[in-house]
Design a protein around this ligand. Structure first.
Ligand code: HQG
Length: 181
């Protein structure tokens, strides 16, 4: 299918307003991170990013990482993960697989060895199910390094894990002792 550049741009802007800065277009998110789709589309139009419902539905369906979810009643949309603003996604605690992976870059390794993995601006540390995905996450910032996380031992020790609607594993903090090279 032909790549729709304007949908790409809309997707990036949606990530911004649904994860970080809803106020940029005067949008209100509820406590679970949902925005009213009608309101969102009107505000996007006023912001010079006209998008109709059919194209929004396409954007959600075709998004490479399934970043957005539409509510069962079809009236609301939210980002599935990656928020910096405080939202409660209502995800149930889950038992993680024995190993999860985190993609990063060499310049962060020293701090990570000392402090562990911290969520930074986001609400959670993001972990990937496989090394390839972690490589891609790390490669956003430079030559990637993949760290293996002993999620099985973390869970046994009482650390809580969630999985976002698009398959990303989330936890509050990964102490250094659970991180292998
Ligand atoms: C690093 C994308 C110093 C961490 C991806 C990372 C993901 C530390 C950066 C999602 C540190 C934070 C999230 C410490 C961690 N000291 N640096 N103690 N602990 N770091 O973007 O995991 O395309 O907030 O290694 O696919 O890179 O947006 O997290 O390099 O799922 O949908 O601090 O973003 O998804 O960066 O990426 P980020 P991330 P989307």
């Amino acid at each position: 299918m032909e790549k729709d550049i304007s949908l790409d741009r809309a997707s990036r802007f949606l990530s911004l307003v649904l994860r970080h800065e809803p106020q940029k277009i005067g949008l209100q998110l509820d406590a679970q991170g949902w925005a009213e789709i009608d309101d969102l589309l009107q505000r996007l139009g006023r912001h010079g990013l006209p998008l109709d419902r059919a194209r929004l539905d396409r954007l959600v369906q075709e998004n490479d990482k399934r970043r957005f979810a539409i509510s069962d009643d079809g009236l609301r949309i939210r980002a599935s993960q990656g928020h910096s603003i405080a939202v409660d996604l209502g995800l149930a605690p889950l038992v993680p697989p024995p190993w999860l992976y985190h993609g990063t870059v060499p310049r962060f390794l020293e701090a990570i060895a000392t402090e562990g993995l911290r969520p930074g601006e986001r609400q959670h540390v993001h972990l990937s199910l496989d090394r390839d995905t972690a490589l891609q996450v790390g490669a956003r910032r430079g030559t990637p390094v993949v760290l293996s996380i002993d999620a099985g031992r973390m869970h046994a020790d009482g650390h809580v894990f969630h999985q976002s609607a698009n398959g990303v594993w989330l936890t509050a903090h990964v102490p250094p002792k659970y991180i292998a090279g």
